[in-house]
Design a protein around this ligand. Sequence first.
Ligand SMILES: C[S@@+](CC[C@H](N)C(=O)[O-])C[C@H]1O[C@@H](n2cnc3c(N)ncnc32)[C@H](O)[C@@H]1O
Length: 283
Amino acid sequence: VNDWIRRNHDHYEERYGGLDTEHLIAQAGDLANLDRLIAGHTSWFGLYREGLRDRLKGKTVIEIGFGDGLNALFMARLGANVWAIEISEKAAVHLSSFAERFGLRLEALAGDFRELALPRADFIVGKALLHHFTHDVEEQFLGRCAEVLTPSGEARFFEPAVNVAWLDRLRWMTPVPGRPSSLRKAAFAKWKESDPHPERDNSSAHYAASGGKYFDDICILPMGGLERFRRLIREPARAQAFGRRALHWETRLPIWVQSRMARSQTIILRGPRCPATRRAASG
Ligand SMILES: C[S@@+](CC[C@H](N)C(=O)[O-])C[C@H]1O[C@@H](n2cnc3c(N)ncnc32)[C@H](O)[C@@H]1O
């Protein structure tokens, strides 16, 4: 097993052991909560951009790296046939029990996507997933997505965007709860020891190139250029209101400005190339 997959497994097993299940159950019980999250939280806004919410009914969706399971539960509530996959066994046990409690039909599986049999799918989604993979694992993963998706299928991922080096350095200098500033060298190095993210390229150009190996149609939507400043506002309600407005204001900026300033991005891959077509294309 790739060391980073093991590291993710160990890190998230510990995290999901202490899940706030009551909060989750309260959230997952009502689709109005999904609408609220899409309106104001970057990762939800990003994953559901371009009307995904209304395209899921009756569709087979695979979610990889489902985490606390909230999104998988929402998708099942929206009428999708959901296969949810997590490297953490604890997360899969939690999600199965939540689905049973809500009477939702959903398959929660624990393991590495490379070892699991996957169904033919209309959508594959991942929220904050690809940047946990090393480049070689990402390549295997995208190849597998192209094999499993129907010809009109779509893969979409919400990921961080690093398109300008100094903005990224600034980001690491700003401390957030649980992670010290990179200026505090010793504390930062200690934090990094248990960080589950490999050093890798998270630029939009990289994701466009890696997606382009297996898909004909690549769409990258940058976001978070203005929203990133919400972290400077202390008071949670004001920070949230600012974030919500910023996500909409920033879409009025020229696309090249959005792309340079982006903190996050949605990567939408369509037109999966089947293995035979790929072989023909590569000569
Ligand atoms: C940043 S968390 C995001 C969780 C959730 N999608 C969310 O948005 O809250 C990344 C998730 O990917 C999972 N993960 C990492 N590597 C994985 C792999 N090889 N297969 C499946 N899941 C994986 C981790 O266990 C973790 O739950």
